[in-house]
Design a binder for this molecule. Structure first.
Ligand SMILES: C[S@@+](CC[C@H](N)C(=O)[O-])C[C@H]1O[C@@H](n2cnc3c(N)ncnc32)[C@H](O)[C@@H]1O
Length: 284
């Protein structure tokens, strides 16, 4: 029988392998994967470095570290990700929700009335719409996506967080499946220029769905569609909030101006970058 392995050397060896594979946060990744493989908490790992893991836990951890060495993100290996304080299922059909997108959520929460109607375009895991509805118990929402597989994950996450009865999930291209008007429209659309996708890190390029990344030739296709369609689905004086990529602000502002929207603020992520733009629709 093999001697049982202890958490401290397991963590050290795994972090060294992940560092060698070019992972940005090898110690954190190793710890999260060991917690996942063993069910131990962060505190248990720190306070009891000599704790032994079972053979099965060690095998599960070794397999997870091998996947991370091949640059699969930790959240995809674990099948879930924490976003704005809640845990969301993530699958190969969904974008892995990013902490930066919490800026979109915060902006929407600040702008929408308590019992407002929310439309999200491009739901993915549903992290954005589900979080907003969970934080606003009187609000109602609709979320769309062209990916039926992503919508199934969004439904699971909506159910997990108790908002499925207030969220309609519709399959289709941007506004096509949508009827009615909303106080707020939000979107974190695909915004990577297609020619740039090949240069993204393997964690993103190989594991996020292309549909969630590819914003067309200049990265701005989705904003064109959203700016053109938003007025027909917004109440008088309602807001549109979109996440943007680096340097896209001026072009996105110009598109919304042509469609009759006034800028209502730009909001920075934790790294200090302008991450989302808000626009106010006409008051009739
Ligand atoms: C960047 S991901 C955002 C996912 C999620 N809202 C988030 O922030 O984590 C963009 C989403 O838009 C969806 N999408 C791409 N093209 C679309 C289209 N034409 N109409 C509706 N949704 C689309 C993708 O399937 C993907 O789920």
């Amino acid at each position: 029988m093999m001697p049982l392995e202890r958490v401290k050397p397991l963590l050290g060896q795994a972090a060294a392998r992940l560092r060698g594979a070019g992972c940005d946060t090898p110690d954190l990744d190793a710890r999260l994967l060991l917690q996942w493989a063993t069910g131990l908490s962060r505190e248990e790992l720190i306070l009891d470095p000599d704790h032994s893991v079972t053979d099965e836990q060690a095998r599960r951890f070794a397999a997870a570290v091998a996947r991370r060495e091949a640059r699969e993100p930790v959240s995809r290996i674990m099948g879930e990700r924490e976003f704005h304080g809640r845990v969301f299922s993530v699958t190969p059909d969904t974008l892995d929700p990013r902490p930066d997108t919490e800026t979109l959520v915060e902006t929407a929460l600040a702008l929408m009335p308590k019992a407002g109607r929310l439309l999200e375009l491009g739901a993915g895991t549903g992290a954005v719409a589900v979080t907003i509805l969970a934080e606003r118990p009187q609000a109602l929402g609709v979320a769309t996506d062209v990916s039926a597989a992503a919508l199934a994950v969004a439904a699971e996450n909506a159910s997990r967080h108790g908002v499925l009865d207030r969220l309609s999930l519709l399959e289709g291209d941007w506004f096509k499946p949508v009827t009615g008007v909303f106080e707020i429209i939000v979107s974190n659309p695909p915004y990577i220029p297609a020619p740039d996708i090949a240069g993204l890190s393997p964690d993103v390029r190989c594991f996020d769905p292309r549909l969630a990344l590819d914003g067309g030739k200049d990265g701005l296709d989705a904003y064109r569609a959203i700016a053109l369609g938003a007025a027909a689905h917004l109440v008088s004086g309602g807001h549109v909030v979109v996440e943007i990529g680096a340097g896209q602000g001026p072009q996105v502002v110009a598109m919304f101006a042509v469609a009759g929207f006034r800028p209502a603020g730009q909001f920075r992520d934790l790294g200090g970058h302008v991450r989302c733009l808000a626009f106010r629709g006409n008051e009739n």
